[in-house]
Ligand binder design. Structure first.
Ligand SMILES: [Mg+2]
Length: 221
């Protein structure tokens, strides 16, 4: 097996969820179909127009702010009542990536595993429902800490879980939140680029590649 670019002291693997273990289908459905549909019906606006209007509102707030992630914020802002019905309608869209379960099973034999996701708890519980047994901790940074995945928050989570940052490797699809920020806090990190457009020693195109990047004499996957 070739030399791993990761340190040999890894004890914990921390996974992002959306775009990493679970496809974006659920989120896309929620933000760009279910919510615009509700909005369009209520305000008698054609669906396509509602999509454009809401997309502009989402962009105006932007993913650097907590409310962007919060379905309750948007249902309140658009005066749409209770979000649970829309949520129920979108739940069948939840899909794991094809390799997710096998990789979790293999890695769980050697590592402690956690989830650090910015998805709100209301979504996260459903997103990881089928794979929850693999994780000792499932953290929604937005719900549990009222924070995005900043370097300070990564440090705080390591402290709270009594883990040394250098013993953790974060894997996720967002370059800033899953790679740059954890590294700034002393964690190790691997960027998952499912488009396969970036290359580098710490970039992988799927989770099987990530698994093969980990140090060890025998590949787990
Ligand atoms: Mg993600």
């Amino acid at each position: 097996m070739s030399e791993s670019p990761l340190g040999s002291n890894i004890k914990v693997i921390s996974f992002d969820v959306e775009g990493t273990l679970v496809t974006p289908d659920f989120s896309k459905g929620m933000w760009f179909e279910c919510i615009p549909e509700y909005y369009g019906k209520k305000n008698k606006v054609p669906f396509e127009k509602a999509v454009r209007m809401l997309a502009a509102e989402y962009d105006r707030v932007g993913d650097g702010r907590l409310e962007w992630y919060d379905v309750r914020h948007w249902f309140k802002a658009f005066d749409l009542g209770d979000y649970h019905q829309a949520l129920q309608r979108c739940l069948p869209r939840i899909r794991l990536y094809p390799e997710s379960e096998a990789v979790l099973k293999a890695l769980g034999r050697r590592y402690r595993m956690i989830v650090i996701s910015a998805s709100i708890r209301e979504f996260l519980e459903y997103l990881v429902a089928d794979i929850k047994q693999h994780f000792e901790s499932v953290i929604s940074t937005v719900t549990d800490y009222k924070e995005l995945k900043t370097p300070e928050l990564y440090a705080r989570i390591c402290h709270d879980l009594n883990i040394s940052p250098s013993e953790v490797v974060q894997v996720g699809d967002n370059l800033q939140y899953d790679f740059v920020n954890p590294r700034a806090a002393g964690l190790q990190a691997v960027h998952l680029d499912r488009r396969g457009q970036r290359d580098g020693k710490l970039v992988v195109a799927d989770l099987t590649e990530f698994c093969r990047l980990l140090p060890g004499d025998q590949p787990l996957c």
